[in-house]
Design a protein around this ligand. Sequence first.
Ligand code: MD3
Ligand code: FE
Length: 200
Amino acid sequence: APDLRLRGVAIYKGFVDRAAQEALVEDLRGVARAAPFYRPVTPSGKAMSVRMTAAGRFGWVSDRQGYRYAPTHPGGGAWPDIPNSVLTIWDRLVPEARRPECCLVNFYDAHAKMGLHQDRDEADFSQPVLSVSLGDAARFRVGSTSRGGTTESLWLESGDVAVMGGEARLIHHGIDRIKPGSSTLLPEGGRINLTLRVVT
Ligand code: MD3
Ligand code: FE
């Protein structure tokens, strides 16, 4: 059972222990070697503050043309496979779901943030989205399915896993800020968030 629920988002505090977090980071360094982090540009031409890469059949990309799931990295070439260390978390928490087709990897430096948005570029909203937080803590904000209204926030810490399914799948959410120096996991500092999604 989740430790906490916030507007239907199920939060498992410290679901990934420190040794497993270190193994994930090592695997993600491999992903980033094959598919380097880049800074997406919004359709309006503004660079996002978050750096991104991905693993799996699809990655989420954004550029002047718009945002979409793409089978190749913006620099060319297929995305690397989703590491088993990541798939294991999906299997433990959402065994009834379809296999994830995208592992989006977001990197937040001390100044990065992500505005309130919905994840609605996927074809099947019956499938959950799962998020894994690694490194510095982040202030996570959730609103409602519709625009406007009140929001609530909480700190996501390294090793926390969030599952968004059912009524929470189309909720507005974002990251206000990270807390630099709050974790020793990443020697260079910052925060990595993994989001696992079924895309098709
Ligand atoms: C609630 N990422 O990549 S993860 C994203 O920490 C994204 O990098 C944030 O939002 C991050 O799209 C938040 C938590 C999260 C992810 C997906 C959700 C919450 C969600 C989908 C539906 C509802
Ligand atoms: Fe999102």
